[in-house]
Design a binder for this molecule. Structure first.
Ligand SMILES: Nc1ncnc2c1ncn2[C@@H]1O[C@H](COP(=O)(O)OP(=O)(O)OP(=O)(O)O)[C@@H](O)[C@H]1O
Length: 290
């Protein structure tokens, strides 16, 4: 589906991509990880045809430089930094749908699922939205059409846990017939979304591993915590995860999205001395708690 063959990119004579060769098949979900400056965004920009480079990139047999419109028609892209657009939200949705040959309603439906009130935002300039709202809208635009490749650059960084769960479910709906490249600094943010991990360092691929992917992206974990004592800081953190206090600040219940379990445990590790018991049980598909 996607082929990078000996891709080299120099900036001011300095190699930023130093001979990257990769084949990515349909159905593969890649975590593209690496420290700041490793070359992840540059690789993505080459895939999108934004840069010239040495070597070859092909998407479904087509070159992003020579057949740019056709290649971009196959790729849904959520950038790391939202573009500084002043266009009102309603106009942006209509414009994006027209460019991508999609239906604005489809984009709006996904935006609504992610928690955006599109009608309320319709006349608001895009650059006046909060970081999370911008990200939700960019995700809705990328997912609001049929694509063969999804490229997501730190896509869930600004989303609250509820929106993250919906985002994971939206990805789960696309799993069969899409290749995904999800770029992140942190493997624990994306580990459970993917079945292959590619790590870059100094413009080179330094690790390329298949990983088990039996975790269901749409799974939910019924989670119960008991604490030694009530504490304001952990109470605030758990409230951000929409947990309910069922025992005077010492017992908390809530739901954690399956792919977010490491992130949740990472948050809990800050309060490890307060924890008396943790119980996390994956709900059977289709089961919802009242
Ligand atoms: N337009 C540019 N002009 C000059 N140098 C650039 C340009 N874009 C990126 N670089 C340099 O290329 C290197 C790789 O940058 P890139 O943005 O691809 O890394 P990254 O892995 O995406 O990092 P991050 O995780 O910080 O986003 C860095 O040293 C960066 O300074």
């Amino acid at each position: 589906m996607i082929r990078f063959d000996s891709v080299k990119k120099l900036f001011r004579r300095h190699p930023v991509l130093d001979g990257v060769t990769l084949d990515i098949a349909t159905g593969e979900r890649i975590a593209l990880i690496g420290s700041n400056g490793a070359g992840k965004t540059t690789l993505i920009r080459c895939l999108l045809g934004e840069y010239t480079f040495d070597g070859e990139v092909l998407v479904d047999g087509e070159s992003p430089r020579k057949q740019r419109a056709s290649v971009l028609g196959k790729i849904g892209f959520v950038p790391q930094l939202p573009p500084p657009l002043k266009m009102p939200v309603g106009q942006l949705v209509t414009f994006a749908a027209a460019v991508c040959n999609s239906d604005p309603k489809r984009i709006e439906t996904i935006g609504t699922r992610l928690g955006l009130n599109i009608d309320e935002l319709r006349n608001r300039p895009f650059n006046r939205l909060s970081g999370g709202m911008k990200q939700k809208l960019l995700i809705a635009i990328a997912l609001g059409r049929d694509v063969k490749v999804l490229v997501l650059d730190e896509p869930a960084a600004n989303l609250d846990p509820e929106a993250r769960h919906i985002f994971f479910s939206l990805l789960a709906e696309r799993i069969e017939n899409t290749s995904m490249i999800i770029s992140s600094h942190r493997l624990d943010e994306v580990a459970q979304l993917v079945n292959r991990v590619i790590e870059m360092d100094m413009g080179m691929v330094v690790l390329d591993d298949r990983v088990a992917d039996d975790s269901n992206l749409a799974a939910m974990l019924n989670t119960k915590l008991r604490l030694h004592r009530a504490d304001d800081a952990i109470a605030r953190a758990l409230s951000e995860w929409s947990f309910t206090d069922v025992g005077e600040g010492m017992e908390w219940h809530g739901l954690v999205a399956g792919p977010d379990r490491l992130r949740f445990l990472g948050m809990l590790s800050r309060y490890v001395g307060l924890l008396k018991a943790i119980d996390m049980v994956e709900l059977d598909p289709g089961v919802t708690l009242q």
